[in-house]
Design a protein around this ligand. Structure first.
Ligand code: UDX
Ligand code: UDX
Length: 455
């Protein structure tokens, strides 16, 4: 059997690698239109940083795992085609800013139709609006089609930074199909593929619309928890409540559970915002205004959380940041990834530049992406991997990613070479507040009252 992935990104690359490692009898080919990306997948320096990925790629590459730009050839020979191309938010026309841009998906479907010389199973891996499979089925099984195409929805739930573990030990694998004879047969083939390493009881089969909607819903629920705890963090900062204590107290209620309750500077990543806006757009399309408003408020709170942090800096740093050096520790949207898509650090850097601050950025893995994200901005920005170098002469530290290394920095050493009074804003609540205060910092963590050496 030949399995093909179209789209060698953060989803396609790790997913095919884990599948290849678990199914040695099957040949896997990952194709992408981006030559540089494919070259990187075939080199020592993979295009994405993901713990555990390097080793797995090295073990399987050029055995039963291939990376190529020869999209048409691979698709022609494929029996199962997973499509994991990007589905960004539309930036033009109807639904701009909300709806998913399905351009790449549709082009891919038409290409599959054109090059195929056998029946195939087409699997939606990309997150797509509900009912996309309908459109795909119509394109693929049009009058022009000489062969039969079964469409399945098999959304990916991996989180970056823990992708390999999530793929090896998923909470569940979800497979949706049309509920006719062909659909159920195709679904069974995918179930068998996953059974190579996933216990049977964790493989869930549903109708295709439930599967598509479950992916959007899962991301919306996860993001909603973060916005909920972040909303409470604002209240904690005004009172003497501590968000860590509140999170712990509510998380011990088994009905609530303790995961995804970490207050932060806001969620980032390529999925949450995009998927919620997409859900809101769909709801509006069906006339469900209240439902759309409800989900959109999750994104609004996330924007508010970022603005609040910059306001807190301004209010406490004597109402001006102009000419002051702010050292940002962490640019990735979360720890253990080089990914900066929708990272809170991007919009916060923009806001700080608007205040005419001088920005020094440090990150162990995301500097290259940060440079691209900020390329068009005017203002003073420098990039330095070493946090000690980056913080020299800074007026304030601003922690935006919860990298482990930032927990154990020598804050005394950093304090000594900063301007005074020295400020520390911790957007991830990872530092020892009291210790940093005792060193001399004025300390501000998300969801706790400030520790200041002056009124
Ligand atoms: C993307 C989407 O963001 C996510 O919603 C979906 O679930 C999976 O695809 P990700 O893998 O993180 O996630 O995206 P990205 O890293 O941008 O990878 C997509 C790849 O598809 C890119 O390498 C791009 O070059 C490739 N692509 C895109 C094609 O090969 N053909 C196309 O027509 C369009
Ligand atoms: C998410 C989903 O978790 C995953 O199932 C889906 O397939 C893709 O989208 P990802 O975006 O990679 O994965 O990372 P995730 O761990 O969910 O974190 C998203 C953002 O939320 C990050 O910016 C993270 O820092 C933030 N976050 C997460 C919090 O602020 N608090 C938390 O408690 C958890």
């Amino acid at each position: 059997m030949n399995i093909v992935f179209i789209g060698a990104g953060y989803v396609g690359g790790p997913t095919i690698t884990v599948m290849a490692s678990k199914c040695p009898e099957i040949q896997f080919t990952c194709v992408d239109i981006n030559q540089d990306r494919i070259n990187a997948w075939n080199s020592k320096e993979l295009p994405i940083y993901e713990p555990g990925l390097d080793d797995l790629v090295k073990k399987n590459r050029n055995k039963n795992l291939f990376f190529s730009t020869n999209v048409e050839e691979a698709v022609k020979n494929g029996d199962i085609i997973f499509v994991s191309v990007n589905t960004p938010t539309k930036t033009f026309g109807k639904g701009a800013g909300y709806a998913a841009n399905l351009e790449y998906w549709e082009k891919t479907a038409r290409m599959i139709l054109d090059v195929s010389t056998s029946n195939k199973i087409i699997v939606e891996k990309s997150t797509l609006p509900v009912k996309t499979a309908d459109a795909m089925a119509r394109i693929l099984n049009s009058d022009k089609a000489k062969y039969h195409f079964d469409i399945l929805s098999n959304p990916e739930f991996l989180a970056e930074g823990t992708a390999i573990n999530d793929l090896l030990h998923p909470d569940r694998v979800l497979i949706g199909s049309f509920e006719n004879e062909n659909g159920i047969k195709a679904r069974q083939k995918l179930v068998e593929l996953y059974q190579n390493w996933v216990p049977k009881e964790k493989i869930l089969t549903t109708n295709i619309w439930s599967s598509e909607l479950s992916k959007l819903t899962a991301n919306a629920f996860l993001a909603q928890r973060i916005s909920s705890i972040n909303a409470i963090s604002a209240l904690c900062e005004e009172t003497d409540a501590n968000i860590e204590e509140v999170s712990k107290a509510i998380g011990m209620d088994t009905r609530i559970g303790n995961k995804f309750l970490k207050a932060s500077v806001g969620f980032g990543g390529s999925c949450f915002k995009k998927d919620i806006l997409n859900l809101a757009y769909l709801s509006r399309h069906y006339g469900l205004t209240e439902v759309a408003d409800y989900w959109e408020s999750v994104v609004n709170i996330n924007e508010y959380q970022k603005e609040r942090l910059v306001d807190r800096m301004l209010n406490n740093m004597f109402r001006t940041l102009s000419g002051k050096k702010i050292c940002i520790l962490g640019f990735a949207f979360k720890a253990n990834t080089s990914d900066t898509r929708e990272s809170p650090a991007i919009s916060i850097t923009k806001k700080l530049l608007e205040e005419r601050a001088e920005i020094s950025i440090s990150d162990p893995k995301a500097i290259e992406n940060a440079k691209k994200d900020l390329a068009d901005l005017e203002g003073k920005i420098s990039f330095t991997e070493d946090p000690y170098e980056a913080s020299k002469g800074a007026h304030s530290l601003l922690i935006l990613t919860e990298w482990d290394i930032y927990k154990d920095l020598d804050y005394q050493k950093i304090y000594d070479h900063m301007e005074k009074p020295a400020f520390l804003f911790d957007g991830r609540s990872i530092i020892d507040r009291q210790k940093c205060y005792d060193i001399g910092f004025n300390v501000f963590t998300i969801g706790t009252s400030s520790l200041k050496h002056f009124d």
